[in-house]
Design a protein around this ligand. Structure first.
Ligand SMILES: Cc1cc2nc3c(=O)[nH]c(=O)nc-3n(C[C@H](O)[C@H](O)[C@H](O)COP(=O)(O)OP(=O)(O)OC[C@H]3O[C@@H](n4cnc5c(N)ncnc54)[C@H](O)[C@@H]3O)c2cc1C
Length: 668
């Protein structure tokens, strides 16, 4: 074997009896116009990082585009945001972290959006210019720095020139002893293709864990050993800002594509007991063979505890444990550490219930096919507050607490899909419905939380659901997150429920932001929707304060101890502190009410900010970026049409006239 010292140019020839190749790979550089410009980088080595760092220090770019939403790309997004850049990520697949299920990736996309990162999925860069990039959907993004992170190609030139065989997945072919087609040459790491540990398919898994284990085995065998490599699970995990998500083994999509009879379940559960401070929800998805129950893989996502569950699933997958095995494992429990029924146990129980038919469920990725095949009626069993924020369009709303009393409102003769926030109460509702004679009831695994994540990424073909607004986070807040969490909790617990007791028509013409609408005439029938906590603060209001006074007395008679009469809607709006702000994400759509302050205080579209039309020109700083989607409305649509023209003249490219307030409320 010949070598050359790359600094001195000195060449040497070495003799070998056994050789190990571990040349790794290199990032793929696309042949794009502009890919060779000075502000375009790839990241693989420390030298690459130094070049990027130097560009940041010398040229102080204000914005960047990261091409590729894989783990290296996303880790760089975080690093660039932390350096103060406005970052957009472009990904040709329907969501970032393409190997994950859409709903797991949805958790990561939410985190990116909450830090103001622009996400352009299903789109590719076609041209890189000196200060911008152009996408194939026509979008132009500012880019004073471009990072290409679209994958890694194995380094194979030497292997090819030496006549070694290349495999079907495009990596250097090795057998289970990691011997190449020349029995004296072994190979390991990113340059080889190996078998997937679950289905035996040839794959390239360019990750550090497999590379290390292969290195040990190749060395052992080169020295005369006989160690067989058992394949890789592809366990990988990413942390973006504070969000962690990972995958191991096969996803549901991959398992079914490989012809396996696979199913999956999802649970969202606290990573340690909920009463112990600091509990965070961890999402656990288990993929398993429907007949044998053998675990094929899984995915996890959360702020805390996602890595721990992922490693349990990886271990179970490698050991070919079944869901019954997982259901029966005792995991470490103490209140600050876990729960007596760990998320893994719960996911396993859920899978057992899906298999046995005791509690049939579907994941959100299966919903479109389910709707096509069964045309079900959706039943939302959450409380009114959750329902009003976002629900499946057309769903019958029957909170679990009133389900039995109002069961007749469910149309007969249709298959039923129930959902709650996480899947847990959905299961209770399902068992209730089956108990009273309904025959075909299915629960949505992961409930509304999973629906939101799927809707955020790929969306649905046959189902419509409003996306919840992204909660804006800041890097400073991240540092003092625990403090902030405590604060948030206090605000939540103390914040009153606002109930608008006017008719739905009056409510539609403008309401107090965040208020729920329970008409006075239906209060006795629907008060169960206010929850069981009778000492919670409740503020009732109507048009003048008269109907709400009556509602206040009714609720007091039923036992609610802290009900206040807020009076008329105008009084409520006037009392509203000036906390209304435009501090929504600058990339999030903004709704602007261009009526006068007086009109606004008589009721407005929830979440709208009030900038009277004649003040618009002087207050554009409050609107954020000029590419932001802005919808204006007024009383009839006339002032908002004028406002739209004003904004267009000032360079706002994405404005809409929402028309009159009635129109806006009807569209909700
Ligand atoms: C930014 C970044 C972050 C990553 N993060 C993670 C992570 O969090 N988790 C994870 O599992 N994986 C991660 N990876 C992937 C991981 O680094 C690789 O899978 C792993 O390093 C592969 O090991 P390897 O030995 O096959 O190749 P490498 O580590 O790439 O080593 C190959 C070496 O061979 C040298 N070489 C090539 N050709 C020749 C030649 N002809 N003569 C002499 N030398 C040669 C190369 O210069 C290189 O130094 C990351 C990769 C990058 C770039």
């Amino acid at each position: 074997m010949k070598t050359m010292d790359t600094r001195s140019g000195e060449q040497k020839t070495f003799e070998y009896t056994k050789l190990i190749m571990a040349q790794g790979g290199r990032p793929i550089t696309p042949t794009l116009p502009g890919a060779d410009l000075d502000h375009v980088f790839t990241l693989w080595t420390l030298e690459d990082m130094d070049k990027i760092s130097h560009h940041l220090e010398e040229n102080k770019p204000k914005n960047a585009v990261v091409v590729g939403g894989g783990f290296i790309g996303l880790e760089m997004v975080e690093a660039l945001v932390k350096r103060g850049l406005k970052v957009n990520v472009v990904e040709t697949m329907p969501h970032v972290m393409a190997l994950m299920e859409a709903e797991t990736a949805g958790f990561i996309e939410n985190e990116l959006l909450s830090y103001g990162v622009g996400i352009h999925t299903g789109a590719g860069v076609i041209n890189i210019m000196s200060h911008a990039v152009k996408l194939d959907d026509g979008t132009i993004l500012d880019a004073e720095l471009v990072l290409l992170s679209i994958g890694v190609r194995p380094t194979l030139q030497l292997a090819k020139e030496s006549g070694l065989e290349i495999g079907e997945a495009g990596g250097l072919l090795v057998n289970s002893q990691l011997q190449t087609s020349d029995s004296d040459i072994f190979a390991a790491g990113d340059m080889v293709e190996i078998e997937h540990r679950v289905n035996g398919k040839k794959v390239r898994i360019p990750l550090a864990g497999p590379a290390n284990r292969q290195g040990r085995i190749a060395a052992e065998n080169a020295l005369g050993g006989n160690h067989h490599y058992r394949g890789a699970l592809g366990t990988s995990v990413v942390r973006v800002f504070e969000a962690v998500a990972g995958t191991t083994g096969l996803s549901l999509k991959q398992a079914r594509a490989a012809g396996m009879d696979a199913d999956a379940v999802v649970v969202h559960k606290e990573h340690h007991t909920s009463y112990y401070p600091g509990a965070e929800t961890v999402t656990t998805m288990l993929v398993y063979d429907r007949n044998s129950g053998i675990i094929l893989g899984g995915q996890t996502a959360g702020y805390k505890g996602a890595d721990k569950r992922l490693d349990v699933i990886a271990t179970a997958t490698a050991a070919k444990l079944t869901i019954n095995d997982l259901a029966d494992i005792d995991f470490a429990y103490s209140p600050p550490i876990g729960t007596a029924n760990d998320a893994i146990n719960m996911a396993a129980y859920t899978a057992e219930n899906r298999i046995s038919g005791f509690s049939p469920s579907v994941t959100v990725s299966e919903l479109d096919a389910f709707i096509e095949g069964k045309n079900p009626v959706f039943v939302d069993v959450r409380d009114i507050f959750a329902y009003q924020k976002s629900h499946v369009k057309g769903a019958v709303h029957l909170p679990l607490e009133v389900l039995m009393r109002q069961i007749k409102t469910i149309p007969a003769g249709y298959p039923i899909i129930v959902y709650d926030e996480t899947g847990k109460k959905g299961h209770q509702a399902l068992r209730t419905l089956l108990g009273v004679g309904f025959k075909d009831v299915t629960n949505i695994s992961g409930g509304h939380t999973s629906l939101q994540r799927q809707a955020r990424t790929t969306g649905f073909k046959h189902l419509r659901i409003d996306l919840l607004p992204v909660v804006l986070k800041s890097l400073e807040k991240e540092a003092s997150k625990d403090e902030e969490k405590k604060e948030e909790k206090t605000i939540d617990e103390n914040s009153p429920i606002i109930v608008d007791v006017r008719t739905p028509n009056e409510f539609q013409s403008g309401a107090y932001p965040g208020a729920v609408n329970i008409e006075l005439d239906r209060l006795m029938e629907r008060y169960g929707e206010l929850g069981n906590n009778k000492s919670r603060d409740i503020v009732v209001y109507c048009a003048s304060g008269a109907r709400s006074a009556y509602a206040q007395r009714m609720l007091a008679q039923i036992g609610y101890t802290k009900v206040r009469n807020g009076g008329g809607v105008a009084t409520m709006m006037a009392k509203r502190s000036t906390q209304t702000s435009t501090a929504t994400l600058s990339s999030e759509p903004l709704i602007v009410d261009v009526r006068s302050k007086e009109e606004f205080s008589g009721g407005a579209y929830p979440g709208a900010v009030n900038i009277p039309v004649d003040e618009l020109q002087h207050r554009i700083d409050e609107l954020g970026s000029k590419s932001r989607e802005i919808t204006l409305y007024c009383a009839s649509g006339a002032r908002s049409a004028y406002g739209q023209r004003v904004l267009q003249q000032l360079g706002f490219a994405n404005t809409k006239n929402g028309g009159g307030i009635m129109q806006m409320m009807m569209k909700r």
